[in-house]
Design a protein around this ligand. Structure first.
Ligand SMILES: [Zn+2]
Length: 413
């Protein structure tokens, strides 16, 4: 079976210098000029009843314009986005003339309205994702745009797959780039598929039924803590500056600093969740996990696990913000990554999974000696508490799917 390909797009903010911004603005102006000029030509032909120019004709005209004296300024901008706009126009005109749909006829573009530059050839656009320069200082990743050079870009998520094209857009005075990438999906996983249960915990972010702990590395936790402290500092400064004058220049500047600190924290958190979900999503086929909705409803019943107290939190070194807001996002990322490979995420009722002995099935809160240790009061089975819970989740999930399979086969008879 052949591998399938999927395309996805990610959008990032560009951080151009003022010179680069000026260049982008002019290049977008050239694209707009080409669009309007070609649209004018086609409209006149339509009105005079002369056959329309094909995309090939238009592209040849563009070459002439770029080398002419009158329109030579067009050659200051890259050629491909200008060709691309002709392609878009050609498609737009034909779609509007096709009476089977109700697409409106292309319109003339005004300055500053929907400015965009599409680079259809990934070879003309280069990405440099390194975040350290030669001296080891932190720098932003860069993207190379023809006739502009290397422009800084805020890469807020991992870019997966091969770059197919890039589109630079201006919205509300801010430039961003949308990257379209293509990934190959391997053939659907065979019938003997790796299946695990997953326990979301406090001591470890998550534990699998085979005992693997998923945890951010200590450096990452430290860096996140620092970033969060900085955010709190900047927010305090903001309120001080607000008291001095909510409309002052200083206040506005501080607001931007707070927004940046926020973004940094959010990115670090998301980065961990991405790494953790990729690790499982790429090796497993079916993952059984606690249903967080039910879990939140039965929060009080599970008491100690959800309110582990300060000591546990400190001991685990796990950041509260990863825990408190991370699970939901983590599960949606995981679900997406599993489904892309033909796997799936199954939510099971979490009731009693943390206080049931996996070996003998005895249910008792007494089984949970400490946050980390599970010792069954009936049979003496001792295991890491999260791993025991993860194995119970796996078993509950498998029981459930066996049950639903039985039902399907019954109804088929
Ligand atoms: Zn037991």
């Amino acid at each position: 079976m052949k591998n399938m390909k999927t395309r996805q797009a990610v959008k990032f903010r560009l951080v151009p210098t003022s010179v680069q911004e000026e260049l982008l603005s002019r290049h977008a102006g050239c694209v707009r000029f080409v669009w309007n000029k070609a649209l004018d030509l086609q409209t006149r032909r339509l009105e005079a009843g002369i056959p329309l120019l094909s995309y090939g004709d238009l592209a040849r005209l563009l070459t002439l314009w770029r080398s002419s004296e009158e329109y030579g300024f067009l050659s200051n901008g890259p050629a491909q986005p200008q060709q691309q706009t002709l392609k878009n126009l050609d498609r737009g005109v034909w779609e509007a003339l096709d009476r089977t749909n109700s697409k409106r006829f292309p319109r003339f573009k005004k300055k500053g309205c929907g400015d965009s530059l599409r680079y259809p050839d990934p070879l003309q656009v280069k990405l440099d994702l390194s975040t350290r320069d030669q001296e080891g200082r932190t720098v932003l990743p860069r993207i190379f745009l023809p006739k502009v050079g290397w422009v800084k870009v805020r890469v807020s998520r991992p870019i997966e797959g091969d770059l197919k094209n890039a589109t630079v857009i201006r919205k509300a005075g801010r430039w961003s780039v949308s990257l379209q990438t293509e990934t190959e999906i391997p053939e659907p996983v065979a019938l003997t598929r790796p299946v695990i249960g997953l326990d979301l915990g406090v001591v470890s972010f998550a534990t699998t039924s085979d005992g693997t702990r998923i945890h951010p590395d200590p450096d990452g936790v430290e860096a996140l803590k620092r970033a969060e402290k900085k955010l709190v500092r900047e927010q305090r400064k903001l309120s001080r500056k607000y008291r001095k004058g909510p409309k002052s220049r200083n206040f506005r500047k501080q607001k931007i600093r707070v927004a940046r600190a926020h973004e940094r924290v959010a990115n670090m958190r998301l980065d961990f969740l991405h790494k953790a979900s990729t690790a499982i999503g790429e090796t497993q086929a079916v993952v059984y996990v606690e249903d967080l909705k039910i879990r939140n409803l039965t929060r009080s019943a599970r008491g100690a696990r959800e309110n582990p107290g300060r000591k546990v939190r400190q001991k685990s070194g796990l950041n509260r913000s990863i825990l408190s807001r991370g699970w939901g996002t983590f599960l949606s990322l995981l679900e997406y990554k599993l489904s892309r490979r033909g796997g799936c995420l199954v939510r099971v009722d979490p009731r009693n999974t943390s206080r049931t002995c996996f070996v003998c099935g005895h249910v008792s809160p007494e089984n949970r000696k400490t946050q980390e240790a599970f010792v069954c009061v009936a049979c003496g089975h001792a295991e890491n508490a999260d791993a025991n819970a993860a194995r119970n989740i796996l078993r509950a999930g498998q029981a459930r799917s066996a049950c639903s399979e039985a039902k399907t086969s019954e109804s088929a008879v």
